[in-house]
Design a protein around this ligand. Structure first.
Ligand SMILES: [Zn+2]
Length: 381
């Protein structure tokens, strides 16, 4: 049976429409919506990208279009998923007028989604730039120097103390953290915290600065990061956030004048630990901001089967090292989900090797269950 008609009809339903129709708990704003996976739970591991109209569960490590979504969540075969989405049996004849109407509606919905996503993205980039305007080079005796010492990064902290900036980080000495609170029908932004912030610029391959990484600091806590509860929910607020459009970007913590090797870690502290403890000449040390950004989309093998360790080379928003990079070293923290982390690093390394002929990619491991910075801090005790 030819299912093409039914497939086209099913694809008129977007992933987000399906998710909302099922009543899944998912965030309401932005181009990337998050929530628990309807299948495996969690809090934010299930994501839908509105403009691309695709979804992904980081835990199930499965994603795709709306058909794949229904197949995965309901355990249906391809044909049953098409019937479930369209509410029509595959054998039923199609009314061409109705088909055209659905198609036109779907196109309108798609354009509306794109407009919303674009507006949100522009808002995010504006707020990232606002934060960059507030941020200054770290001052001797300032919050970033103190934070680096707390994390065992004394040699790097010394470069700040001595006023010779080796690493590209910035700080805001006093930042007002605000969150939206619903008050009757209105949303008000209230200040819930004031604290120093370490700011990392997330720079794109074309040198555009469209995103920032913020770490909220508190010298009195064991890890030096601010611990604060959300007054609405009582849940802990994140101690680090990113704002803006980080896709394909990196925090270029340290870049020498003629680099040939690039070391990339997921976190700022991990990457700085490698810079301090295992410095090599002609080597740049960049933070990839998050593993998803470093990994990009998963691709298919020669038989068209999706493989999580293979990159989708058509994903033009994934991180790719610059043309000067001949050797890429990916730092693998031992404290993250092992199989998934392996796949993501494999994708990153394989994409780099495919797109930069002659480049060699390697993965460097931290001890099991630790990140590089844990090892450093423990080693110092
Ligand atoms: Zn899942």
């Amino acid at each position: 049976m030819n299912l093409d008609h039914l497939k086209n009809e099913a694809q008129n339903t977007s992933c987000i429409d399906w998710a909302e129709r099922q009543g899944w708990a998912i965030t309401k704003r932005g181009n990337d919506r998050f929530g628990p996976c309807p299948l495996c739970g969690g809090t934010d591991r299930f994501a839908i990208n509105i403009s691309k109209n695709v979804w992904l569960c980081r835990q199930c490590d499965v994603g795709g279009d709306v058909i794949k979504l229904v197949q995965h969540m309901e355990g249906l075969d391809y044909k049953s998923a098409l019937e479930r989405i369209t509410g029509r049996k595959a054998a039923e004849p199609i009314d061409p007028a109705r088909e055209a109407e659905l198609k036109a509606q779907a196109e309108q919905d798609r354009l509306a989604r794109e407009r919303v996503a674009n507006r949100y993205r522009q808002d995010q980039i504006r707020s990232a730039r606002r934060i960059m305007n507030l941020a200054r080079l770290p001052k001797p005796g300032g919050p970033v120097e103190a934070y680096l010492r707390k994390r065992g990064l004394d040699k790097l902290a010394d470069t700040i103390a001595q006023g010779r900036f080796k690493i590209l980080l910035r700080e805001i000495e006093r930042f007002e953290r605000k969150i939206p609170v619903k008050n009757g029908g209105k949303v008000e932004w209230i200040t819930i915290d004031e604290c120093p912030v370490m700011v990392g610029e997330i720079i794109k391959p074309n040198d555009d600065l469209d995103a920032v990484h913020m770490t909220f600091l508190d010298p009195t806590t064991p890890k030096g990061k601010r611990e604060k509860a959300d007054p609405n929910t009582g849940n802990p607020l994140p101690s680090k956030i990113m704002k803006g459009s980080k896709k394909s970007g990196a925090i270029r913590l340290y870049t020498p004048s003629a680099p040939t090797r690039l070391v990339v870690g997921e976190g700022i502290e991990t990457t700085l630990t490698a810079l301090q403890e295992a410095y090599q000449p002609n080597t740049a040390y960049w933070c990839g901001a998050d593993l998803g950004n470093m990994a990009g989309a998963a691709g298919e093998d020669e038989n068209g089967k999706r493989c999580n360790h293979l990159p989708d080379l058509n994903d033009d928003e994934a991180f790719v090292p610059p043309a000067w990079c001949k050797e890429l070293v990916l730092l693998r923290d031992g404290d993250s989900d092992s199989k998934k982390t392996d796949n993501q690093l494999q994708r990153c390394g394989r994409r780099a090797m495919a797109l930069r002929p002659g480049l060699v990619a390697k993965i460097a491991n931290a001890a099991d269950g630790k990140d590089f910075n844990d090892m450093l801090v423990e080693g110092a005790e």
